[in-house]
Design a protein around this ligand. Structure first.
Ligand code: MG
Length: 162
C-alpha cells in the first residue's frame, strides 16, 4: 500500500560549555553558556534533522554531516537543515509539521519560543502553526536537570509531493 505520509523521530543532546553562543532553532538565546559541538551545536535543529531523515529512512545527521569533516566545523546548523530539506525534496518529500520538546533546566525558553518557531518555520518552508517547540525542565533530575546540557526530542511528518 502506497501511503503518501511518513513519520520520523529524532533526538540529540549537547553539553554546556563556556565561550560559545547558545543557538536553539537558529536563534541566539541570551545565556552565559553555549553548547559544545563540532558545528554551532544547535541541538534543536539537529534533532529536527534526524526526525526528517528518519521519516524517509535516509540515515542520520552524523552520516551525512560527519563531525570529522572540516566543512561542518563551527557550521551554522541552519545550513545543515537546509541541506536535509533539499535531500527530502530531491526524493519527492515535503515537510508537513514538526513537534519538538526541548529539555533544559535553564535558560527559561518560554520568552523565546515564538521567535524560534518563526525561524524554524521559515527554514522548513511551513507556517509557524505547523512548528511546535515545547520547553521542559527535567525537574532537577539526571544530566539535563543538573544543568549539564540540553536535550531535544523531535517528531516530523512528511508527505509525498503531488
Ligand atoms: Mg548534535
Amino acid at each position: 500500500m502506497d501511503i503518501p505520509f511518513r513519520v520520523g523521530i529524532g533526538y540529540d543532546s549537547h553539553r554546556f560549555v563556556a565561550g560559545r553562543p547558545l543557538m536553539l532553532g537558529g536563534i541566539a538565546i541570551p545565556h552565559p553558556l553555549g553548547l559544545k559541538g563540532h558545528s554551532d551545536a544547535d541541538v534543536l535543529i539537529h534533532a529536527i534533522c534526524d526526525a526528517l531523515l528518519g521519516a524517509i529512512a535516509d540515515g542520520d545527521i552524523g552520516a551525512h554531516f560527519p563531525d570529522t569533516d572540516p566543512r561542518w566545523e563551527n557550521a551554522d546548523s541552519t545550513a545543515i537543515l537546509t541541506a536535509v530539506i533539499e535531500r527530502l525534496s530531491q526524493k519527492g518529500w515535503a515537510v508537513v509539521n514538526v513537534d519538538t520538546t526541548v529539555i533544559a533546566q535553564e535558560p527559561k525558553l518560554r520568552p523565546h519560543i515564538d521567535a524560534i518557531r518563526s525561524r524554524l518555520a521559515g527554514l522548513l518552508g511551513i507556517p509557524p502553526e505547523s512548528v511546535s517547540v515545547k520547553g521542559k525542565t527535567n525537574e532537577g533530575m539526571d544530566a539535563t536537570g543538573h544543568k549539564e546540557g540540553i536535550a531535544v526530542h523531535a517528531a516530523a511528518l512528511v508527505c509525498k509531493r503531488g
